[in-house]
Write a protein that binds this ligand. Structure first.
Ligand SMILES: Nc1ncnc2c1ncn2[C@@H]1O[C@H](COP(=O)(O)OP(=O)(O)O)[C@@H](O)[C@H]1O
Ligand SMILES: C[C@@](O)(CCOP(=O)(O)O)CC(=O)O
Length: 571
């Protein structure tokens, strides 16, 4: 099948959309730049027109409204098959977007006290698949199997009047920094009916994801919005400090903005400045989605998720927006991420540090200052003109800062026995430098991996007891170990203690687009493998998701290599 402008309907020309006439009314410079890029005919997707009877859709059974998580009995007709029968009918094939999670590499907690922090994207990602339905459906469905959410609204019932009222209407180019209480109230009945039969805690999770979607859908769409199914799956553990909620918000923002043709590209030769504008627009609306889930987010998670790479983040004055400086030179370092599976509350951990500061002001302030120096040192190195991330001394420097930062966080009292146990297991292998990431008190630890296998023979991990004195070196290991087999052994040890290990990279791409949802996996029929909703839902676990739609090329070792089909805005 063709991959050229698949969503452009017959008879439509560039630059005559509803959005473009809206655009002509606004005045800010950012929009003027963008307007010209859209009308330049970049591959900006076209939305379906509700008046266009020619739009065909996959033949989906009606979604289950019971809130059950099971995959419905979907009968998705391959787009190419429909094409063959009715070549003259324009099609609305599904498309996908994807956004990465994040880790705080240096500076958590200190950042709460006005110091800088560095956060970077990771290669664990959320993937959103958008399936178009025939216009007669008039429904929009959220299908989020990770949290067992499956809910359908009738588009015509939604509170469009409230959201399109001239005093309330926000456009895709607007900067929205707070949720409008009247709009939240208008939306509330449609959120209250989501997953009503579930226990309170689960219902809250469902309803916060649903409200992020609905607020964006009602703000960016119109009553004429295309009936669609939004299916989301993620390889990011939820609530482990990896910014899972921000990835949902970024995916929804990007998908909805693409559907209303408010974005240009992405395409490989798009100028970086133009790419930056698209990312900024996605990020603005992702922040709105984050506010629906979190109330008062700092904005760092959605910024890293939308733009990828890394940022220096600082909020000296809580009455002003944070300072966010992109770190384009941040190296794509290999990273080991271990989830303690110990739930924690960010608020509790932040309060611990505040209490320590009240009890020991000078000492705590010195610890926070030292963390600031750690972040500053990493920042100075990364931004120095002769920085070479492949140079062992540079990596050693960044690694040592990781170790120092962890020690300072321990002193602040925000580690946890499980985090210390993970650090102990990893330190004994000598494969890298480990610290807790995020709030601590549970959550995740990160290890920046050394490029070469360690020269010394590591201990057999099973012999590492919690007490350091009991550690024994297993001299039976005769072959020099490779990083690969150390990691395999480590995985077994970590899993045996209930931890979850992920191998990922730091500072990769931000939001990505797969338009249409077709991938070239080497084993497909002519033109690529179509990713329909059914296939996407059937992919087993994180590995299945990565194998089916993952952005990383199997030859990922080559920096920046992504799977053919996925496109990114790169600045
Ligand atoms: N895979 C997912 N599917 C649907 N919703 C998700 C998913 N991941 C995260 N969310 C939403 O984000 C919320 C988690 O946010 P939070 O507790 O801040 O964790 P994190 O630190 O991972 O962002 C969930 O309650 C849910 O509303
Ligand atoms: C402890 C803190 O610095 C980071 C918390 O990160 P997370 O909630 O674990 O992703 C708090 C904050 O920056 O808001």
């Amino acid at each position: 099948m063709t991959t050229h402008s698949p969503l452009r309907r017959r008879g439509q020309s560039d630059g005559h959309s509803r959005q473009q006439s809206e655009k002509s009314q606004q005045s800010d410079q950012e929009e003027k730049t963008s307007l010209s890029t859209v009308s330049n005919g970049t591959q900006t997707p076209e939305p379906p027109s509700p008046d266009d009877d020619s739009i065909m859709a996959p033949n989906l059974t009606l979604p289950d409204r019971s809130g059950a998580s099971k995959v419905n009995n979907l009968q998705v007709q391959p787009v190419s098959a429909i094409h063959m029968r009715r070549p003259s009918v324009p099609m609305m094939p599904p498309f996908m977007v994807s956004a990465p999670g994040k880790v705080i590499v240096y500076g958590e907690h200190a950042v709460v006290h006005g110091k800088a922090a560095i956060a970077a994207s990771i290669s664990l990602r959320s993937y959103l698949h958008v399936t178009f339905l025939s216009k007669s459906r008039r429904t929009v469905t959220l299908r989020f199997p990770d949290i067992s959410l499956d809910h359908t609204w009738n588009i015509d019932d939604l509170p469009w009047a409230a959201f399109s009222h001239p005093k309330k209407k926000k456009y895709y180019y607007d900067l929205v920094t707070s949720l409008d209480p009247d709009l939240v109230a208008a939306m509330q009945p449609f959120i209250a009916c989501v997953s009503t039969k579930l226990p309170e805690s689960d219902r809250r999770i469902h309803q916060s994801s649903a409200s992020a979607f609905l607020y964006l859908f009602l703000s960016l769409g119109s009553q004429k919005s295309a009936p669609c199914i939004y299916t989301l799956r993620s390889t990011i553990p939820i609530g482990a400090g990896l910014g899972s909620s921000a990835t949902i918000a970024v995916c929804l923002s990007a998908a909805l903005l693409l559907q209303i043709r408010a974005l240009s590209g992405p395409h490989p030769d798009q100028p970086p400045q133009e790419c930056g504008l698209q990312i900024e627009r996605i990020n603005r609306w992702a922040f709105v989605g984050e506010m629906c889930i979190h109330g008062n987010p700092s904005g760092v998670d959605n910024t890293v998720s939308a733009g990828g790479k890394a940022v220096l983040f600082k909020r000296a004055d809580y009455n002003k927006p944070p300072v966010v400086i992109p770190l384009r030179n941040f190296p794509e370092l290999p990273l080991l991420l271990v989830n303690t599976r110990q739930s924690r509350s960010t608020a509790t951990e932040v309060a611990k540090v505040a209490n320590l500061k009240a009890a020991h002001p000078r000492i705590t302030e010195n610890l926070l200052d030292s963390i600031d120096h750690v972040t500053e040192s990493a920042h100075d190195l990364i931004t120095s003109p002769d920085f070479d991330p492949t140079h062992p001394a540079a990596l050693q420097h960044l690694g040592e800062l990781i170790t120092i930062n962890h020690g300072l966080l321990v002193s602040l009292g925000v580690s946890h026995p499980k985090l210390e146990r993970i650090r102990e297991l990893i330190d004994h292998t000598g494969i890298g430098w480990t610290k807790l990431t995020g709030a601590g008190g549970g959550g995740c630890a990160i290890t920046i991996l050394k490029p070469q296998p360690p020269v010394r023979t590591p201990p057999s991990i099973s012999t590492i007891e919690s007490d350091e004195d009991d550690c024994e070196i297993d001299s039976a290991v005769s072959e020099p170990p490779t990083t690969h087999n150390i990691l395999d052994t480590l995985e077994i040890a970590l899993e045996a203690e209930g931890f979850e290990k992920f191998e990922t990279t730091l500072a990769g791409d931000g939001v990505g687009v797969l338009w249409p949802a077709v991938l070239h996996n080497g084993n497909e029929e002519d033109g690529g493998e179509e990713i329909d909703q059914e296939k996407f839902l059937r992919a087993e676990g994180n590995e299945g998701i990565e194998r089916l739609v993952g952005v990383a090329s199997s030859r990922r070792r080559i920096a920046k290599e992504v799977r053919e089909g996925w496109k990114f805005w790169r600045t």
